[in-house]
Design a protein around this ligand. Structure first.
Ligand code: XMP
Length: 493
């Protein structure tokens, strides 16, 4: 039977994979190749993407995703026309230093220590370049220099002056910077132009971070990569212009129904205005939909209509495709011409391996990250009745909501003042739920990667690529379609 016939009408919980002869000596994610194409241009070392949802991805989430080898997509769930907040999130990721700090925050010599402290607080930066009016380096001022110092003292009096600094003229590689810093036993290396104006700054802390995250997703300047979502109507062109200016590495045109004329017009307009920007579009769930986007020249396609944890599209419209069928159908339609992002419906770690075998090059996760420390939103304490002790205890929760939920739509459209029935007329296709607050998403990602490596071991392969190739060459060797009883035995705990 062909693969598409094997998966008709099916989704994640319909299958197990038959174990094969294991060949990897260890299941260590540090030793197994998990790299995957995210777009036609960007390869990730880890095939994990955080969803562009306003309760999932802002800068804190995107930073961890990129450090861990995946990527985060900052959502567009800010007020229509209000582009600045999304730009700030993108900038925050691009400024998270892992390499050369280009254009470091600077202050004048005559400014006061109070001014310096304020700037450090506002920017979250611990080292300021001290410059004269034309921007030439005069010294460095660190947090330590301003601690316990009367506010009126001038920066000049507390800075380490340029004569006492090791300064490099021109740009340099991180390896060279590290060698220079080690030779001179310094923790900071400013880079300047011939005329003395500041180019950038390398700090020992950033070099260490660079080492600590060997799989991180970085741009050519060593900065973490991040994506930004835009819509297909309204402010999308202005939003795209601003997030790209802020350094977004990839644009995601994200609408519920990506196989549509609205999308075709948006892709065309974005290409006309921004040329060959790295562009992802979605969502679609059919071969026709995927080909439609491929023909319009997008660099990756997001797959999934209605499988998402916060999503009620299928309930309210009765349209959608079971996610495994959607992945296989779209993969067969476009082959390796364009990478696919399997978006939504992954509720257990085993689902990641499935999504990646059935056609996803990477997976996009929303609810799997809900409640983690890096998600936006406040923690709310709620009383919960403990079943064993019958005691009521206060448990911390965070909100997770579909981007088409009433609450998210209301926030985005600034409709607090609107009548409830007017908002409902917009046609909500998402849920809002409270989920228990938990620790860092970093731990969640590490667990996922360990489990993915175990899947590779069970599948008799030595890398993700190899497992995929084995599976596609002979899917029947792997696929076990589950009965109700075997599904219960497998996934109910
Ligand atoms: P998971 O299952 O990982 O899915 O939480 C995340 C994906 O769900 C989609 N999404 C929605 N789909 N109505 C929808 O039909 C919504 O309100 C909604 N919010 C998110 C989206 O593709 C996301 O990446």
């Amino acid at each position: 039977m062909s693969l598409i016939d094997l998966v008709k009408g099916a989704t994640f919980d319909d299958f197990l994979f038959r174990p094969q002869l294991g060949i990897v000596p260890s299941r260590d994610p540090g030793a197994i190749d998990l790299s995957a194409r995210f777009t036609q241009r960007i390869t990730l070392q880890r095939p994990i993407v955080s969803a562009n949802m306003d309760t999932i991805t802002r800068a804190a989430m995107a930073v961890v995703l990129a450090e861990e080898g995946g990527i985060g997509i900052v959502d567009r769930g800010f007020r229509a026309g209000d582009v600045a907040p999304q730009v700030a999130e993108v900038l925050a990721v691009k400024r998270t230093q892992h390499g050369v700090i280009m254009d470091p925050h600077a202050i004048g010599e005559d400014a006061t220590i109070a001014d310096a402290q304020r700037l450090m607080r506002q920017t979250g930066v611990g080292t300021l370049a001290v410059v004269d009016p034309p921007g030439r380096l005069k010294g460095l001022l660190t947090e330590r220099d301003v601690r316990f110092v009367p506010h009126g003292v001038s920066v000049r009096e507390r800075m380490t002056p340029r004569e006492r600094l090791i300064v490099h003229t021109g740009l340099t590689s991180l390896a060279n910077a590290e060698a220079l810093m080690a030779a001179h036993k310094v923790k900071k290396l400013p880079l300047v132009h011939e005329d003395g104006t500041v180019i950038g700054l390398v700090t020992a802390k950033d070099l260490l971070k660079h080492r600590r995250h060997p799989f991180a997703t970085r741009d050519e300047r060593g900065r973490l990569r991040v994506g930004a979502a835009v819509g297909a109507t309204g402010d999308y062109l202005e939003r795209a212009a601003e997030v790209l200016k802020a350094g977004a590495d990839v644009l995601v045109i994200d609408i519920a129904h990506g196989h549509s004329m609205v999308m075709a017009r948006a892709v065309e307009a974005i290409r006309a205005r921004f040329g060959d920007v790295d562009l992802i579009a979605g969502n679609v769930a059919t071969g026709d939909g995927a080909r439609f986007l491929l023909e319009r020249g997008v660099n990756a396609i997001k797959i999934g209509i209605g499988p998402g944890g916060g999503c009620t599209t299928r309930l309210t419209t009765n349209f959608g495709v079971p996610q495994v069928e959607a992945l296989v159908e779209t993969k067969l339609a476009v082959g390796d011409q364009v990478p696919l992002i399997a978006d939504g419906g992954i509720r257990r770690h085993g689902g990641i391996a499935e999504a990646l075998l059935f056609g996803g090059d990477t997976v996009m996760l929303g609810s799997a990250f809900a409640g983690t420390r890096e998600t936006p939103g406040d923690i709310v304490m709620k009383p919960v009745l403990m079943p064993d002790s019958q005691k009521v205890v206060q448990v911390p929760f965070k909100v997770f909501r579909g981007m088409a939920s009433l609450a998210a739509v209301k926030d985005r459209l600034d409709l607090e003042e609107a009548e409830a029935h007017e908002v409902e007329a917009l046609g909500a296709e998402g849920l809002e739920v409270s989920v228990p607050a938990r620790g860092s998403v970093r731990t969640v990602i590490h667990d996922m990667l360990k489990h993915l490596c175990s899947s590779i071991s069970y599948g008799g392969a030595a890398s993700l690529h190899e497992l995929r190739a084995h599976f596609m060459a002979d899917p029947e060797r792997f696929l076990i379609r589950l009965s109700t009883a075997s599904r219960h035995e497998s996934f109910t705990r």
